[in-house]
Design a protein around this ligand. Structure first.
Ligand code: HEM
Length: 398
């Protein structure tokens, strides 16, 4: 019997790219493990799945996020990412009103102050864990501003976001994990309900207040929708952005000429971010379920099949990205699918780009050379998000 590729096997997690390249060549739509899900690996097919919301549903995934063993409804199951049209459109219109460019402009100086402080501290220490010292605290701080949570709670964010993400993948025997997830959902709801109650009493100029205020055609967000969105922010905005910064550090270590180039011309930083997101996307895949029997590129996918759209593979499809394995700062042309495509396109993409740009501006002005201090990186055990769990580095000042 032909053995199926297991996307969670240690060697695939270490470096998925050669395995995905082989699938693109020989079996662009094929069942993989865990669970025999259908992997879609070519750019055009990935784009087709993401834009065909009638055929490929996001809503069916809600069930996995809302298992009976949780003993209470999981608020994230009510969030925008698990909705199909037309419900999705209504919620997205409401939420988009609070995610405006004006909000981002106000954030820039605050993000810079945080990045400056962290970068200065790293330069004093020189040998640091880049994830703990820089990559994680920046998005964690921004999310705590958004959620209106006490900064001291930031230390829980990674655990919270890991536990929420783990709910969909918990297996029947994982009683310890289930207990931990149950506690986390309860804990998060408690804190976030406190925030919502406070804001309802006195609206401020923060994002939660904006979300409470927002009205479209007389409609506003319900309490459950608000709570669902706050849960989603933590899961979608934290690790993805932290991993983008960690992958940027890896690129600096792999291509030492980049740091001086970006310092001399900081206008190249946005290009650097796009190319980093292409060669090492941090949202490596997203999932859908077939609403009916459907044929994609000649392969029949039965109704109910789960489909994994490999954004990491699409980003190295030679048809769209010549010399796809190479990091090319000057690359132009087809946009990668790193922030998704179609109606669920990432609502935080401008924010993530802003955080990364400001953080990297502060980094390149201080660091001349960055070396990895480990041969082996431990990667997140996830099908959809990829990044280093820790990244020991040594920094050499300008
Ligand atoms: C580098 C960082 C990020 C990456 C790579 C990323 C990637 C993605 C991707 C691929 C999707 C589409 C998922 C799908 O189609 O199923 C998505 C959706 C989403 N992202 Fe991001 N994201 C990032 C940062 C953020 C941030 C900072 C926030 C907010 C604070 C955010 C909020 C969201 C939301 C709310 C959605 C759901 C949109 C919808 O369903 O309409 N993301 N993201």
């Amino acid at each position: 019997m032909n053995s199926r590729l297991n996307l969670l096997a240690p060697e695939v997690r270490d470096n998925p790219h050669p395995y995905l390249a082989e699938l693109r060549r020989s079996a662009p739509i094929v069942q993989v493990d865990p669970g025999g899900i259908w992997a879609v690996t070519r750019y055009d097919d990935a784009q087709y799945v993401l834009k065909s919301t009638q055929l490929f549903s996001s809503e069916a995934l809600r069930m996995a996020m809302d298992p009976d063993w949780l003993g209470r409804p999981n608020p994230i199951a009510e969030s925008i990412i698990f909705l199909d049209p037309p419900k999705h459109g209504r919620l997205r219109t409401l939420i988009s009103r609070a995610f405006t460019p004006a909000t981002l402009t106000q954030l820039e100086p605050r993000i810079r102050a945080v990045a400056e402080g962290l970068a200065d501290r790293m330069m004093e220490e020189r040998k640091v864990d880049f994830v703990d010292g820089f990559a994680m605290p920046i998005p964690a701080t921004v999310i705590s501003w958004f959620l209106g949570l006490d900064p001291s709670l930031r230390r829980h964010f990674k655990r919270w976001s890991n536990d929420i993400a783990a709910i969909g993948g918990a297996l029947p025997g994982d009683t310890e994990l289930m207990e931990q997830c149950r506690r986390t959902v309860e804990e998060m709801e408690q804190y976030l309900q406190g925030v919502l109650a406070d804001r309802r009493k006195t609206l401020g100029d923060d994002m939660v207040s904006d979300l409470i205020r927002v009205r479209v055609d007389g409609e506003s967000l319900t309490d459950r929708e608000l709570m669902g969105f706050l849960f989603l922010l933590l899961v979608s905005g934290l690790e993805t952005t932290a991993n983008l910064l960690s992958q940027s550090a890896r690129m600096f270590a792999m291509y030492p000429e980049l740091l001086p180039r970006l310092r001399e011309n900081r206008a190249l930083i946005p290009r650097f971010i796009e190319e980093t997101l292409r060669v090492e996307p941090t949202a490596v895949a997203t999932l859908r379920t077939c609403t009916q029997d459907v044929t994609v590129a000649g392969v029949n996918l039965p109704q109910g099949s789960m489909v994994l759209v490999s954004l990491a593979s699409a980003a190295r499809d030679e048809k769209h990205f010549p010399d796809a394995d190479r990091f090319i700062l000057e690359r132009e042309g087809t946009p990668s699918l790193s922030f998704g495509h179609g109606s669920h396109f990432c609502l935080g993409s401008m924010l993530a780009r802003l955080e990364a740009r400001v953080a990297l501006e502060e980094l390149v002005s201080r660091v001349d050379r960055l070396e990895l201090r480990t041969e082996r990186i431990e990667w997140t055990p996830s099908l959809t998000v990829r990044g280093p769990q820790s990244l020991p580095v040594e920094l050499y000042p300008v």
